[in-house]
Write a protein that binds this ligand. Structure first.
Ligand SMILES: [Zn+2]
Length: 357
């Protein structure tokens, strides 16, 4: 190894992590109602060689647990010896919501609306401040992993702010089936990172409180490709083979036409045309069924998995994309590529396989 390229020790909280090694760090945040301390758990891989410092985070919404599964598999596949630069892994940022299987903190605050936070603020503000100081401020790139809410499924998708060619390039490198340009919400980690000029990718994949193989594998493969793209691991970023993701900056929610029990005719990843049947919703005896049809040509990027609906419940999220003729083939090719790879854990359905019409 070129001595001039050796990395420096990485100091964080009470640890100094030598180049080429890793450590788990536990940073006290606040005190539980029982008087026990609650802490933010981080694992730091300090690479043997110099490079960028990035973070990968999950469960900023406490019930969106896919990120923890992605991080566990990344930790198995990368080692600090092979790494250029430093990665801070934060599998569970909203430690309070994670414990109670909730998106929110015990005071009902949304951590992803509480940045930058404050050391002496609410519980959410304290946690946001702790994450900002110890993680975001140390990094030049963040990958934050979310899922849909409970009883909803999201086709794996990268969300980025519009207008940044560099973010666009990183999103392309990630290689999720679709890139959605979405506005920044005040108080979100992404808005704060943008203010501080730290690029951030947000992965939305799968369903809350559930781990599905497709969402996890898109996440793991995507992070590895980004690491390769920015030179942190010595691998092909796969950009040659990965198909260009679909892009969308407009999407629409389609809602239940009546209350009752729904039977879906399509799922996330499907290409739909205007007027195409999405689902039927009927009464308790299946009486008076009403068709729900697509109002636009697009790709289904999210759907409700719960078949019990009130009138007006959001059932499908459909994105308008360019090159729609190619879209279905595109999503299928990603699913097939993953299916062809040796499954690292017992086979589970690749896409949500709930009963459809
Ligand atoms: Zn979320």
């Amino acid at each position: 190894m070129d001595a001039g390229n050796s990395n420096e020790p990485f100091a964080i909280h009470d640890k100094v992590i030598a180049p080429g090694t890793s450590a788990t760090v536990s940073i006290p945040v606040s005190q539980h109602v029982t008087g026990l301390d609650s802490s933010l758990s981080l694992k730091v891989f300090n690479g043997a060689k110099r490079g960028a410092c990035i973070f990968v985070s999950g469960a900023i919404h406490g019930d969106e647990i896919i990120g923890a599964a992605v991080i566990q598999r990344l930790i198995e596949q990368i080692s600090p010896e092979m790494l250029s630069g430093t990665i801070i892994f934060a599998p569970v940022v909203n430690i309070y919501g994670f414990v109670s299987h909730s998106r929110y903190l015990p005071d009902r605050r949304d951590l992803n609306r509480s940045f930058p936070g404050a050391e002496r603020g609410s519980l959410a503000a304290q946690l946001a401040h702790c994450f900002l100081e110890n993680v975001i401020d140390r990094c030049s790139l963040g990958i934050d992993i979310h899922s849909a809410a409970v009883h909803r499924y999201n086709l794996p998708q990268i969300r980025i702010a519009s207008g940044s060619p560099y973010l666009s390039e990183l999103a392309m490198a990630f290689g999720a089936p679709i890139i959605i340009e979405s506005p920044l919400r005040p108080g979100s980690m992404r808005a704060l990172a943008a203010e501080r000029e730290t690029p951030m990718l947000l992965l939305e994949a799968g369903e809350a409180l559930r781990l599905d193989r497709f969402a996890i594998e898109v996440g793991v493969a995507g992070v590895l490709r980004v690491l390769a793209h920015i030179g942190m691991i010595d691998a092909d970023d796969g950009l040659e083979e990965v198909e260009v993701p679909l892009r969308s900056s407009r999407s629409t929610w389609v809602r239940a036409p009546r209350g009752g029990i729904s039977r879906r005719a399509c799922k996330s990843g499907d290409v739909v045309r205007t007027g195409e049947l999405l689902a039927m919703v009927g009464g308790l005896f299946g009486e008076d069924p009403e068709d729900l049809v697509s109002p636009i040509d697009g790709v289904v990027i999210g759907h409700a998995t719960l078949p019990i609906v009130n009138q007006g419940d959001a059932m499908f999220h459909i994105a308008e994309v360019e090159g729609l003729d190619h879209a279905g083939k595109h999503v299928n090719s990603i699913v097939e590529a993953l299916a062809a790879s040796a499954p690292p854990f017992p086979a589970t359905p690749l896409l949500d396989e709930d009963e459809v019409l």
